[in-house]
Design a protein. Structure first.
Length: 128
């Protein structure tokens, strides 16, 4: 299994990496902004993407629109938004972009692990 964690915060990426290490059997790539992530997403196939909303160069929403709008290898890859953006109306705008889950920061590692497992197992929407 292969995952991509996209967040401009190195600390958040480290926490997400630790959660994947607990799950086990997951190769994880990192991207510190949407532009870096887009490059990785055009070259590699991922089983899940953890995506922050507010990032420099390209927001999570812009990146998700690029992923879903392209015919690349990750057009249908499950995406879990992990972000401080908690406004319900904004969260609902992501549903047409086929997000598979949403977790607001701050979060516990247990909650994040639970959401990742739910998405990997069921590939359904899991709102935080």
């Amino acid at each position: 299994m292969k995952a991509l964690v996209v967040d401009d915060s190195k600390l958040v990426r480290q926490i997400e990496l630790a959660v994947f290490a607990k799950i086990g059997g997951v190769e994880v790539d990192e991207a510190e902004d949407g532009a870096d992530a887009l490059e990785k997403l055009t070259k590699n196939k991922y089983d899940i993407v953890l995506l922050d909303w507010m990032m420099p160069k390209m927001t999570g929403e812009q990146l998700l629109r690029e992923i879903r709008g392209a015919n690349g290898p990750n057009k249908d890859t499950p995406v879990l938004m992990v972000t401080a953006e908690a406004e319900r109306s904004k969260i609902l705008t992501m549903i047409p972009l086929k997000i598979n889950g949403y977790v607001t920061k701050p979060f516990t590692t247990e909650l994040l692990q639970e959401k990742i497992k739910a998405i990997i197992g069921k590939k359904k929407i899991v709102l935080g």
